[in-house]
Design a protein around this ligand. Sequence first.
Ligand code: SME
Length: 160
Amino acid sequence: MFDFRPDPGQPKAETLRQLCDAVDALTAGEPDGIANMANVAALLWEFLPGLNWAGFYRMVDGELVLGPFVGRPACIRIPLGKGVCGTAASTGKSQLVADVHAFPGHIACDSASQSELVVPVVRQGTVIAVIDLDSPELARFDAEDQAGIEQLAALLSGRI
Ligand code: SME
């Protein structure tokens, strides 16, 4: 059994650090990328409060295809450049969106979502996936969250 639940009263930086450590411990030595993405989605859900969706879209033949996640069923395919995920994938840059309704072309998979953080996973200069976090709270994510998830994405580059 794995029990990685963080102390809810601790500073966010500590929670993000523990999340990275847990991801490192659980994915090290496991070559199956789907298994690793599934466990990382579960860890994101356990560690980060205030989410309604946490998971992956993978780059497959030039478009994003739904990967392992926790949350409500979601749209399966997202063209590059479309929505928050497609923008992160086409630019290779994280998208920190305080209000999804103000983001042109946002794709509403779950009407509860109000804010979103999408971070690309890059291997040898190519985006291979994005990590997508949605929240029912406006402005749930900040620069500290972005930096923590970018660190996670760097760690996952060779593991998914
Ligand atoms: N909102 C995303 C689509 C994916 S769902 O949030 C899970 C977007 O605009 O790309």
